[in-house]
Ligand binder design. Structure first.
Ligand code: FAD
Length: 462
């Protein structure tokens, strides 16, 4: 890493529309905060980019001076890969513009936009594209890893709705990628993460969704979890693409529709979503409810944008977080028993075990059609460990690791790259699966010196 003189840095600054923050600058400490409070990195400089030209200048600067480089979208990645120690951070958070072409049903989304930005603009036209379940997440990292949420069973993963992207590459070239232009790179960024360059703009296919959808939560006591989850697993094939239901094991939050005596007790909840009107899916909701005797529920018609933000209060920034995750080909009885056992001994009130459901349209492309390789995986269990005080680090992380290890024999042996934690680099081949070799070749073509390595890194291999 070159030492940079004040004159060189001033010259770099002068090429930008955005700003450069260094240690001692007023906004520096705030700019190096990411979603996960476990992360405490000190970059040498943070470039708050105002547009693609700034991104290009920052890539050139980091490359020419041999500085480590990181790219920040929404700053949500659990690993803190949005930041690097001592190097340069390309901070895309000022680049959040979203433009909608109502007639072509397209969204043009800058690389630092959040899910909320996209939903806000597209829902103004009754349109949406599949994104994730927490509205403050960045579109950038979510999309490049694959991206799934409430609309995925019906409309595919986020990458399945990506039409094109504008990129800045390691050699500072600007390139459009799509099925027709640079298709190898277009293939790679649909699941290969931030390994190949900076996306300054995404173009997404939109679909008519809402504004009113059917969604909500049904809570059961943890004592019923075995029956509830077994019936849930057995019913998945008959659920249909129009309905999705994720299962969450945790302590009940103090929600107004739950009786006071349920607050703080261990529960299993279904988060249920359909883009259809309630009448059309009432029988499926009734079926899911009948898997146990609920202790409370809130389900019905609501605006799509509101549902997209419904879990935000449980997922706010600033807590300490550690995740462990497995993909599952099916939810065996043993896997269910283990999840319930550990949900009965949560190390903090904010921890949860999330069973995310994919399948439906997410399973239609072949594993090699995009870089995201896990098309046949219907279930992802994410052990979402969350707590407040550093004093609880050891206890909470040990709980997550034990649960993860206990589940391992029953899991598929693969993982969603966006759910991996910072100490799991040995799992990178699991994350990219059968597509790893091709990804490494494309990496060698576009980033042979591995400039973009603050991510679940793919080593260039010609
Ligand atoms: P950042 O930390 O800013 O970026 C992560 C990495 O992505 C960067 O290191 C960089 O390599 C790359 N990157 C980001 N933007 C760009 C860009 N424009 N160009 C090039 N590279 C870029 N995932 C789902 O699929 N579905 C969910 O429902 C879901 N829910 C989540 C809920 C929470 C509370 C959290 C914390 C995460 C969730 N995730 C979900 C995982 C999420 O997709 C990843 O954490 C993702 O990396 C976040 O993207 P970001 O831009 O916010 O992250």
């Amino acid at each position: 890493m070159d030492t940079v003189t004040r004159g060189e840095l001033d010259a770099f600054r002068a090429t930008l529309r955005g700003t450069v923050l260094r240690r001692g600058d007023a906004d520096y400490d705030q700019a190096r905060v990411v979603w996960n409070a476990m992360i405490d990195k000190h970059p040498a400089a943070i470039v708050r980019c105002a547009g693609a030209a700034d991104v290009r200048a920052a890539v050139t600067f980091a490359r020419d001076h041999g500085w480590p480089l990181a790219v920040r979208g929404g700053g949500h990645n659990i690993t803190g890969s949005a930041l690097c120690e001592d190097g340069l951070v390309i901070d895309l958070s000022p680049m959040r513009a979203v433009q909608i072409d109502q007639h072509r049903q397209r969204a043009y989304v800058e690389g630092g936009a959040t899910l909320r930005d996209v939903d806000h603009e597209s829902q103004a036209y009754g349109l949406a594209t599949p994104l994730g379940i927490n509205s403050t997440t960045g579109v950038g990292g979510l999309t490049l890893g694959g991206g799934f949420g409430w609309l995925t069973r019906k409309l595919g993963m986020t990458i399945d709705n990506l039409i094109s992207a504008d990129m800045v590459l390691a050699d500072s070239r600007r390139l459009k990628v799509s099925a027709k232009e640079n298709p190898d790179l277009f293939w790679a960024i649909r699941g290969g993460g931030g390994n190949f360059g900076v996306v300054t703009n995404f173009e997404f296919q939109l679909h008519a969704v809402g504004p009113e959808v059917t969604a909500g939560l049904i809570f059961f006591p943890l004592a019923q979890a075995k029956t509830v989850l077994t019936k849930y697993r057995d019913a998945i094939d008959s659920l249909g693409e129009d309905v999705t239901a994720w299962a969450i094991l945790r302590k009940a939050p103090p929600l107004p529709f739950l009786p006071l005596q349920v607050h703080g007790t261990e529960i299993v909840a279904f988060a249920i979503f359909s883009a259809l009107k309630q009448d059309a899916v009432q029988s499926t909701i009734d079926q899911l409810r009948a898997f146990g005797q609920p202790v409370g529920e809130m389900i019905g018609a609501m605006p799509y944008a509101a549902w997209q933000q419904i879990l935000d209060p449980l997922l706010s920034a600033g807590a300490r977080n550690y995740w462990k995750s497995h993909n599952f080909a099916t939810l065996g009885d043993e896997a269910i028993d283990i999840a319930i056992d550990y949900a009965g001994k949560l190390p903090s009130a904010h921890c949860e075990v999330i069973i995310a459901l994919l399948g439906g349209k997410a399973g239609v492309p072949a594993p090699a059609d995009t870089a995201y390789a896990h098309r046949t995986t219907p279930f992802i269990i994410n052990v979402h460990t969350r707590w407040e005080s550093p004093d609880e680090d050891a206890k909470c992380m040990a709980w997550a690791r034990e649960l993860f290890n206990a589940e391992k024999p029953y899991a598929a042996g693969s993982v969603y790259s966006n759910f991996m934690s910072q100490d799991e680099s040995e799992r990178i081949p699991e994350a990219y699966g059968g597509n790893y070799a091709r990804l490494a070749q494309i990496k060698a073509k576009y980033d042979p010196h591995n400039l973009f390595r603050s991510n679940q890194n793919i080593r260039p291999s010609p």
